[in-house]
Write a protein that binds this ligand. Structure first.
Ligand SMILES: [Zn+2]
Length: 415
């Protein structure tokens, strides 16, 4: 076996061959002169072979995957060809995409590393600087996403996330059926979400949306009702439970302020107990809550009983029964003489039409919350992102609707 063949086998080089090699920079860099196989001089548009017109005088250099700490570079003089249908074009480079400064293999490794570790760690393993890495990452992901279109979107969820140390906001649109992120837009509110419906979806696609979930923000409700005529709007369960819990907490705070020193002992640590779902409570917890009634703290007790009763709503599978339940619950709640609970009733009554469909659709933003957890992990790993572009790159890489590493040709997926 010749040395060139050996290197070619060792570096798993396919679809092109090595014609020469040299070590530079005291053995830290390996430079390989490469050449496409017979499949060379093909048109990038139609893949047909053309006649060579000119060979570039200046060599182009591509960075390849490092081997045992040695950086590998590929050197080649690309040729210009004449295609019968497309005229004068530059031939396809088999090892890299057009205009890219790195090989397919390098891109694949970059995407894989960045989805499992910090960019700083990935940059160290790939032996490039962090700024080069984020630049390459952005270019690669943008290139794949440009060709991509949103497809088969029927159940959407809308939510907000913060980035840049919580000072700036972005709006995220989820595909709740396939649990993935389809769109990220800078800012929040109506203008941002309008941009999504107007520019990303066709009229047909907007009509295909049959269910949508969001929080109680009026802007999102209006936007969904305006753009998706066929969608059933369901308010997110998570946000409603949170509003009720906040109301109960208001009652607790009120009582805390009025309580004497001895009474405060009984009220200590109640906050988390009141937040808890009934199924997660221990016997001791229930005893404590029931004791509130005896201790004279009947207002907190009443609020607790009401919020416990409301949990039943999520179990119904018939809208008529659920409606009856809600009406009864409103009556009891309004009689409770607890202002925060009464405010909650007002809120729910206003959104009742968007709450009842839950019974049939069972649609919640729970999937979106799950995705948000993954996003949060990525955010913490990078300790915040300065720009939305960098943040959305990572979101699309980890939970996007396009499997980005799978876009690299299979024979270049090195790990
Ligand atoms: Zn052509």
């Amino acid at each position: 076996m010749s040395v060139l063949k050996f290197i070619q086998k060792l570096l798993k080089i396919k679809r092109f061959r090595i014609t020469d090699f040299s070590f530079k920079n005291w053995g830290k860099e390996l430079w390989l002169d490469v050449k496409p196989y017979k499949n060379g001089r093909c048109c990038p548009y139609c893949n047909r072979r053309g006649k060579i017109i000119r060979t570039a005088e200046k060599a182009r250099i591509w960075l390849d995957v490092p081997v045992c700490g040695i950086q590998v570079f590929l050197v080649y003089h690309p040729r210009e060809i004449r295609c019968k249908s497309h005229g004068r074009v530059q031939e396809i480079i088999p090892w890299a995409s057009a205009y890219s400064r790195v090989t397919h293999r390098f891109e694949y490794l970059l995407l894989t590393y960045c989805s499992i570790m910090t960019q700083k760690a990935a940059a160290k393993l790939l032996r490039i600087s962090t700024s080069t890495l984020s630049d390459l990452l952005h270019r690669t992901i943008t290139r794949f996403r440009q060709r991509h279109k949103i497809r088969t979107l029927t159940h959407i969820g809308i939510d907000e996330i913060s980035y840049c140390k919580g000072r700036k906001y972005a709006t995220i649109v989820y595909d709740l059926k396939h649990s993935r992120v389809v769109w990220i837009g800078k800012g929040k509110g109506r203008k941002t979400i309008d941009r999504f419906f107007e520019k990303e979806l066709s009229n047909y696609q907007r009509q295909q949306i049959i269910a949508a979930s969001c929080d109680m923000a009026q802007t999102y409700i209006d936007a969904i009702e305006h753009w998706c005529p066929n969608a059933t709007l369901v308010l997110d369960r998570f946000h409603i439970v949170k509003a009720l819990n906040n109301a109960v907490d208001e009652v607790r705070k009120e009582q805390w302020r009025q309580a004497s020193k001895e009474e405060k002992v009984a009220l200590k640590g109640l906050r988390w107990l009141l937040y808890m779902h009934s199924s997660k409570r221990t016997k001791e917890d229930v005893k404590r809550l029931k004791a509130l009634y005896m201790n004279g703290n009947r207002r907190i007790h009443r609020a607790w009983v009401l919020s416990d009763e409301f949990e039943q709503f999520w179990e119904f599978d018939n809208q008529v029964e659920a409606k009856d339940f809600l009406d009864n619950w409103y009556k009891t709640a309004n009689r409770s003489r607890l202002e925060p609970i009464k405010n909650f009733v007002k809120l729910i009554k206003k959104h009742e039409d968007r709450l009842l469909p839950f019974v049939d659709t069972r649609l919640t933003n729970a999937i979106a919350e799950g995705l948000n957890r993954i996003i949060k992990i990525a955010k913490n790993r990078a300790s915040g992102f300065r720009t939305l572009e960098a943040f959305s790159d990572i979101i699309f890489l980890m939970v996007g609707d396009l499997n980005i590493p799978a876009q690299i040709p299979a024979c270049f997926r090195t790990i």
